[in-house]
Design a protein around this ligand. Structure first.
Ligand SMILES: [Zn+2]
Length: 164
């Protein structure tokens, strides 16, 4: 399957949710090719679904779902404040679970607004952020104020992930 096919496929299949028949017709796919793509692109499809849910939950209006998806896929997948990536976050959550209350939010990166009282629609105001930093920053600190806090959070998780 040509690589160029993957992006329109993900868009139609997981973002704009077009009917399967239409996707097959538009992209010239046989039924077998269609289902093969859903398997090959399973992890990209999962990401696109997550982005779609986030887009709906945050009530974006001024930017399109596709623009938001493009923004998301172009972001480096680390917390903007403490630098943790999703794999490290997942290990950290598993370690903390042994002696803490089970966290109610996910191990995946979340959206943070640099300036909290601006709309989510302003894409320049958005950064990716881990649950821990997002929770600590809340709506109280702005981006600049929280940067040193993020550095301290990094010291804590680095120690937990790399015990001496
Ligand atoms: Zn963080």
């Amino acid at each position: 399957m040509p690589f160029l096919m993957t992006i329109p496929f993900i868009e139609k299949y997981a973002l704009t949710l077009e009917p399967y028949q239409k996707i097959k017709a538009d992209l010239g796919l046989t039924t077998d090719e269609f289902y093969a793509l859903t398997k090959t692109l399973a992890s990209e499809i999962e990401v696109a679904r997550k982005v779609r849910q986030l887009y709906q939950r945050k009530g974006f209006k001024k930017i399109s779902l596709l623009d938001f998806y493009n923004w998301w896929t172009n972001q480096e997948k680390v917390c903007n404040y403490c630098g943790i990536n999703e794999q490290q976050l997942s290990i950290l959550f598993d370690k903390l679970k042994e002696f803490n209350k089970r966290p109610t939010r996910g191990k995946t990166l979340e959206l943070d607004r640099r300036i909290s009282n601006k709309e989510y629609d302003d894409i320049d105001n958005l950064v990716l952020c881990c649950y821990i930093c997002n929770n600590a920053k809340s709506d109280f600190f702005n981006h600049e104020q929280f940067i040193p806090v993020g550095q301290s959070i990094k010291l804590v998780w680095t120690k937990i992930l790399n015990p001496e």
